[in-house]
Design a protein around this ligand. Sequence first.
Ligand code: ZN
Length: 138
Amino acid sequence: MGERQRAAQDYIVAGDGGWQLAGSRCGACQAVFLGARRVCAACGARGRMLPEVLRDRGRVHSFTTVHRSFPGVPVPFVMAVVDLDGGPALRGTLRDAAAAELRFDLPVRVVFGDSGQRDASGAAWIAFSFVPDREAMS
Ligand SMILES: [Zn+2]
């Protein structure tokens, strides 16, 4: 057994194939959201939200390069808003992308890894980020 790990967000959950993004879908209007919801923010329906595992593929909707951040956070890094396949849009760090390949509509994958932070017991916080989906670029 490796190092103990903890999800850094409650919508990061352990599934059969590893870490996943948990979402919910409205049974009334089919809108998809990140994490668990009781009320649909799109149509206002109550009690119609169903849990759904979000897809781990998407495309860059927008991005920006961050040059200044909190002390201890290495810069520069790229923050992106990604339209996940099937929804929703999600903000996160885009890693391993060369400046020349950064573009809108860039295919990306969701990956999970050690955030570098530890909780009080020493367990690693697991966070998600995006990486270019080079198989989908061709
Ligand atoms: Zn709805």
